[in-house]
Design a protein around this ligand. Structure first.
Ligand code: KIV
Ligand code: ZN
Length: 515
């Protein structure tokens, strides 16, 4: 019997720290439902002290998820721990994850604290957290650059104080696989009460080594991995869940443990996270990239036709590649749509909400013959953003381009309740559309990212557009989907503008002094 490797997903917390990837409570719940269905052991739903919005999102996830443990992050201080405790309270199984930096550079420059004060703070936070739940995780932030002896001292004391999971973060993605694996083995062998806690790892991908470091740690006794869908996360991201899970599953000849993950849910959740955050998955990304299971070279194709195992070490269907089958069309009824959305983890709280989604479905079905699961996910995301914001609303957009003529666009918007109209030319129809919108709203923002992704294949596929706008150091992402790229682009731009209009910016968990 293999040992269990705990999968701790932090897409909703560390993943959300990717610039512009912030999610609404509803989006977090949709993702959490799929994580639960995939049988993730622990879902880190957010950082409750960061903002009232994040508190609320964690609380809602805690109230709705019953199979996975729900975790909230807290800096090692009284207020944060209490806030996290309050947020995860409704959960059937909860965890508080508290952290403080332990590397010389972080203690000296960021915390401005002596090592002894850091230990005191960590112990107090763990003790307080234990008053609310018997499942407490402690992370020495920047452990990858911390001194080994100091790590041993602080870990021994937090375990004595009641920490049940010890998470070793390579916060800045600095370590190398052999070294990181050895650190885990040495910590387990040196910390006197190490056997009283589960050792976990949390690796960032700055050198592209997050998955390799995590796997090396698992080979050296770590029994929890912290990861995100599609490797989303701070800077270059976190270790990718799908890569870790499939490496461990595929190489059971090497690993003494396995996860309980239902791998057939991997591709659907990867698509959902990409859809909600607007971060496209690169085509050559392992497991979930569009090319991950396609063979181009003749010699490969020939081999695969004769015996798939000549060039494939995993089966596409085992990671959910064929789950996105054609499900609905023009003649599908309300119940069929409701049931399919339910299967995708989307439930409606009112008949009115279902009716609105069904009306959008019918509009799409008029334009697009076959409606796939990914189309439905995009439709719900699109509907949610359209309904969420009030300040700017797209009424209509028309654009034209002709060889030798400057492309132009005509846009009608509702701004603060009043209809306004503008026309502009640009270097292309999308550029003209954005110029027309800007002439109406004068946002003063800079477009820093524009990407188009075809949601499904075929020339009638919906295009999913993501834009990123930046203004005064604030970054917002916007998304829009439509069978027409110009309309999708206008929706995405307006979605982002509405992001600026929202109040209550989220704080970065590691920003400022961790007091
Ligand atoms: O990267 C990091 O150190 C973190 C901690 C909060 C675990 O995200
Ligand atoms: Zn992190």
């Amino acid at each position: 019997m293999k040992e269990h490797l705990i999968v701790f997903d932090t897409t909703l917390r560390d993943g959300e720290q990717s610039p512009g990837a912030s999610m609404t409570a509803d989006e977090k719940i949709r993702i959490a439902r799929l994580l639960e269905r995939m049988r993730v052991d622990v879902i880190e739903a957010g950082f409750p002290a960061a903002s009232p919005g994040d508190f609320d999102a964690v609380r809602q996830v805690a109230a709705q998820i019953t199979e996975s443990r729900v975790c909230g992050l807290a800096r090692a201080n009284d207020a944060d721990v209490r806030r996290a405790a309050e947020a995860v309270k409704p959960a059937r199984a909860s965890r508080i994850h508290t952290f403080i930096a332990t590397s010389p550079i972080h203690m000296r420059e960021k915390l401005r604290m002596q090592p002894e004060q850091v230990i005191e703070r960590a112990v107090a936070a763990v003790k307080l957290a234990r008053q609310f739940t018997d499942d407490v995780e402690f992370s020495p932030e920047d452990a990858g650059r911390s001194e080994f002896e100091f790590l041993c001292r602080i870990l021994e004391q937090v375990i004595d104080a009641g920490a049940t999971t010890i998470n070793i973060p390579d916060t800045v993605g600095y370590t190398l696989p052999t070294q990181f694996g050895e650190t885990i083995a040495r910590l387990r062998a040196t910390v006197p009460n190490a056997d009283k806690a589960v050792f976990s790892v949390h690796c960032h991908n700055d050198l592209g080594l997050a998955v390799a470091n995590s796997l090396s740690a698992v080979l050296n006794g770590a029994r929890q991995v912290e990861c995100t869908i599609n490797g989303l996360g701070e800077r270059a991201g976190n270790a990718s869940l799908e890569e870790i899970v499939m490496a461990v599953r595929t190489r059971q000849d090497v690993f003494e443990c396995d996860t309980g993950i239902d791998t057939t849910q991997i591709v659907p959740i990867s698509r959902l996270v990409s859809n909600v955050t607007g971060f496209p998955v690169q085509p050559n990304k392992a497991i979930v990239g569009a090319n991950a299971f396609s063979h181009e070279a003749g010699i490969h194709q020939d081999g695969v036709i004769k015996n798939r195992e000549t060039y494939e070490i995993m089966r596409a269907e085992d990671v959910g590649w064929h789950a996105n089958r054609m499900v609905l069309g023009k003649h599908s009824g309300r119940n069929a749509v409701r049931e399919r959305l339910k299967a995708l983890g989307i439930e409606f709280t009112s008949e009115e909400e279902l009716n609105r989604t069904f009306a959008r479905f019918k509009e799409l079905a008029d334009k697009k013959h076959e409606i796939f699961d990914d189309d439905l996910q995009a439709l719900v995301t699109d509907a949610a953003s359209a309904e969420r914001h009030e300040r700017f609303r797209l009424v209509s957009v028309g654009a034209s381009a002709q060889t030798g003529e400057a492309p132009d666009a005509e846009v009608t918007l509702v701004v603060d309740g009043g209809e306004v109209h503008a026309r502009a030319t640009g270097s292309g129809m999308v550029d003209a559309t954005f110029r027309a919108i800007e002439s109406l709203v004068a946002s003063g923002s800079e477009l820093t990212l524009y990407s188009v992704n075809a949601i499904t294949s075929g020339s009638d596929a919906q295009g999913e557009v993501s834009v990123r706008l930046s203004r005064d150091g604030r970054i917002v992402n916007g998304h829009g989907a439509d069978t027409d790229i110009v309309i999708a682009s206008a929706k995405a731009y307006i979605d982002a503008l509405n992001g600026f209009a929202e109040t209550g910016e989220r704080k970065h968990p590691q920003a400022g002094v961790a007091v």
